[in-house]
Write a protein that binds this ligand. Structure first.
Ligand SMILES: [Zn+2]
Length: 531
């Protein structure tokens, strides 16, 4: 693994047929070369695709007796995954599929990543039905090692359960104990995605992820539109297949990383890929149908590849959160999905590096759930904030005129450097809308002074911060408390809490607002501390 951010991992899966860069988008390819809108030769030369997936069901139906080698048939030299074919068998009413046959077939045709026979779960299945299907899928996965006879095939354990998270949990817990599998794959999500239930999808991924062996890659069967790629990757998906580039093209649909357009509605192409830069929507519409959809499929594939590259870069630079935040504004369903990730921010924290090359941008209220904010809260728990006899609370709450902490910090630091004795006397907290309490001791820790705040939080969230301040100052008997900066919201609370009356402590307040251009009041205030 080279880099991680949230639960996303940038790395390489080594396979005998070649390396797979992760996270990886795995195009669904028809085993019959003539049926593909983009040729397999193009996949490798033009699109730099590492890994493809194809359907066991079609392979069995059309080539059962004749097929010798999957790589020869598809002319793809790199690693190929096959699904178990269960989904299509179910769809087309094929009943007599035996687990042994499915395993032997995939090994015989030289599949590099193969899946034992699973039973997909439909959205309309009751819990009892889903439970039964999961039980059988797990049972078959346990029997697979006995049937398998070819060491060069990597086996992928299918995680079923659908929207029933307790079943997903059970699948993950039991399958992770079988050493035979080198990878896991989540199934039964296509219907959810067709219904825009990205929130449920992300809950499923996070649930599975929690119980799976972290060293093994996790695949998602049947991802859809590129707009959701960053979300599934952030939740911990390493590779995922999608046929969207081809399916959308067949319907005359043109993808962007956030939207879908009908070719006939476009005036110009909002893309500069080799297809879009050479033609116009109108010219393309005047071409024969097959050429049209082939061109659309190629463009769509460029969009998918460009998005996965953008995701990998975001992981390297530690900016995946920003990518999610911006993509989540493209569709309400994506926003709902993003909200699931917000709720599970503490899980995302585990893989998020504690220092990054780039700073943090706070552009919306949802950023108050960033893993970096949670990390700051955790650090606060581990240090003693209330040590000295006096406390200075310097408030930047609701200050719209200052959007970073560095300039405040440098001035305060300079001041205490000259007036060393005061450090022994005062606890000094800077109060900020997103991070809450920032004790002077911590302020040089990433990403506090590397943060830029574009948007202020609401009163509800601000109240949590003020309550936290109170909780802490009540624990310790300060001789003196000095409030400074923008005190409006703090003030109200002090009065509401009857703090002035209750305590016999000396409280002084200096209400002023500093801005990026105007620091005199801060300096004046600091100098007033020297008696
Ligand atoms: Zn294009």
């Amino acid at each position: 693994m080279f880099a991680s951010d949230l639960l996303a991992r940038k790395g390489i899966i080594h396979s005998p047929k070649g390396n797979i860069r992760t996270p990886s988008f795995v195009p669904v390819v028809h085993p019959e070369p003539s049926k593909n809108l983009v040729t397999v030769a193009d996949f490798q030369q033009e699109f730099n695709i590492d890994f493809i997936i194809t359907s066991s069901y079609i392979l069995r139906k059309r080539f059962n007796k004749t097929i010798k080698d999957l790589h020869e048939l598809t002319s793809f030299a790199g690693p190929i995954m096959t699904d178990s074919g269960a989904f299509q068998s179910l769809l087309y009413g094929e009943i007599e599929l035996l687990p042994e046959e499915v395993i032997k077939f995939q090994e015989e045709i030289g599949s590099d990543f193969a899946v034992p026979l699973d039973i997909p779960i439909s959205l309309t299945d009751s819990f009892e039905t889903a439970h039964e299907k999961v039980k059988i899928t797990i049972q078959r996965a346990k029997e697979a090692p006995e049937i398998s006879s070819k060491a060069s095939t990597c086996w992928v354990a299918p995680i079923q359960g659908g929207k029933f998270l307790s079943l997903v949990e059970r699948s993950a817990k039991e399958l992770t104990q079988i050493n035979f599998y080198s990878m896991f794959a989540i199934g039964s999500v296509v219907e959810l995605m067709n219904n825009y239930r990205y929130d449920t999808l992300l809950q499923i991924i996070l649930t599975a992820k929690k119980f799976l062996a972290p060293e093994k890659p996790l695949h998602l069967f049947g991802a859809g539109h590129p707009a959701m790629f960053p979300f599934i990757v952030a939740a911990g998906i390493d590779t995922f297949d999608s046929a969207a580039y081809s399916l959308y093209a067949q319907d005359g649909r043109y993808l962007t990383n956030t939207q879908t357009f009908l070719l006939k509605d476009l005036n110009e192409f909002p893309c500069n890929c080799p297809i879009c830069s050479k033609t116009t929507p109108n010219e393309l519409l005047n071409q024969p149908k097959l050429q049209q959809i082939q061109a659309l499929a190629k463009h769509n594939l460029y969009v998918c590849q460009a998005e996965i590259k953008a995701i990998r870069e975001a992981i390297s630079s530690g900016t995946l959160w920003n990518l999610l935040e911006s993509r989540s504004r493209a569709h309400p369903a994506l926003r709902k999905g993003f909200n699931v990730l917000l709720k599970h921010s503490s899980i995302l924290l585990e893989n998020t590096p504690s220092t990054k090359k780039k700073g943090c941008f706070y552009v919306s209220e949802s950023d108050s759930q960033r893993p970096e904010v949670l990390l700051h809260q955790q650090r606060l728990k581990n240090i003693d904030l209330t040590k000295r006899k006096k406390l200075i609370i310097f408030s930047l709450l609701a200050n719209r005129d200052i959007n970073e902490l560095y300039s405040v910090f440098t001035r305060v630091k300079e001041f205490f450097k000259v007036n060393k004795a005061l450090i022994e006397e005062f606890d000094f907290w800077i109060i900020n809308d997103y991070y809450g309490i920032i004790p002077l001791e911590l302020i040089e820790v990433y990403p506090l002074t590397q943060s830029v705040f574009m948007e202020k939080i609401t009163n509800i969230n601000r109240k949590f911060i003020i309550e936290d301040i109170f909780r802490r100052i009540k624990k310790w008997s300060y001789q003196e408390i000095i409030l400074a900066g923008n005190l409006n919201s703090l003030y109200d609370y002090f009065i509401e809490e009857n703090y002035y009356l209750e305590s016999r402590r000396k409280i002084k307040s200096y209400n002023f607002i500093i801005s990026n251009k105007h620091f005199q009041d801060l300096e004046f205030f600091l100098n007033s501390l020297i008696k």
